[in-house]
Design a protein around this ligand. Sequence first.
Ligand code: FNR
Length: 420
Amino acid sequence: QNVIYRAGIADGRPAVPTDYAELERRAHAAMSEKAWAYIAGGAGEGETMRANRRALDRWAIVPRVLRDVSSRSLSTTLFGQTLPAPLLLSPVGAGGLVTRNADVAIGRAAASLGLPYILSNQGSASMEDVGAAMDDVAPGSPRWFQLYWSVDDGLVDSFLRRAEAMGASAVAVTLDTTMLGWRPQDLNLGSLPFARGEGIAQYTRDPRFRAIVDEKVANPDPAAESPTPSIGAIKTLVSIARNAPGAWWRNLVDKHPRAAVETFLEIYSRPSLSWTEIEGLRDRTSLPIVLKGVLHPDDARQAVDVGVDGIIVSNHGGRQIDGSIGSIDALVDVVDAVDGRLKVLVDSGIRTGADVFKALALGADAACIGRPHMYGLALDGENGVREVMSNIAAELDLTLGLSGHTDVAALDRDALKKVD
Ligand code: FNR
């Protein structure tokens, strides 16, 4: 935090506000209406997003005094990698809605801080490009890959091979989005990010995806080709063709629009996904496996039983089910259920260093940050992401010391009291 205070004094105002409310206000003003709806929006009436905040607000930090806090450590080890702070950047798809080089800018910021960036399956840049950009800043800097399990196992394997090749140190399989949630902000604007060619960069470069599309083009499904496309569908196709990355894809959309779009929509997820596929994942990759979107303690126990390495307690930032449990409320039961047998991370609603402190004291090994880093991106690109993440780390460090602790790894529930 000294670095930030000194920089503030020397250089005047920081590029991004140091409090979340102002960060969010300024980011809103800087974004297009559709980008704001997609990034800031939540499921249904926003009840889960509020539950995430309520769950955090229910816990109060009870500081200790006179405990020599002159030297402190935020350092954390996850799957063999030592991190400067227990913080990761959550995967965020379709970031290209905010700025053209979103994933690369976020990757560079994460690499400069040594914090893991979890690259999204629905990224707006390919994992190869983002991995290379991160290596430019800091060779071998930590990065994970987030997977949506496709109906096509060949595509799953292809993504896993590419993730291993670009230096991923874990794969996070997102389980809460086998279908997209009910998102009124997007629906009311008639806006879907995929319809703007965003979020498909992992696919258009993929050899298996190309083979699937080629097969579809060679053997068109007569039933699918016959109805006249609606005006909406045509508009969607035209905008995908314009915006989507890569000549191969643009060419394909030009010649075979239906095959292109239908393949993508059909292939992205597997609503039938079950524990069977997760059990088999160990044979498909050497990477540590993390399950993202676990909220029920019985699922957490099953995750231990099938031998995965970690879970992320998450309700997807309140974007999937409305009226869901706040992720910090779920965290407490999940931590008790797994009893140290795997790593427990948490995200959804975490905004400040004090929030991270509470998550760690409740038993999380690390916290992931979603929307805040996107707001930093909207305000000042790579530098904005770096400032947002450093501010959270700096406030965590201050909160640690001011509450009488010196090591994040030693925090426990004694540091907190439930206040409602
Ligand atoms: C997400 N999230 C997400 N998760 C995932 O596994 N794959 C993805 O592609 C995306 N895409 C995505 C887009 C946007 C715009 C947002 C805001 C979120 C969920 C994300 O990883 C994380 O769980 C939440 O963002 C955490 O909550 P907060 O910090 O945003 O409240």
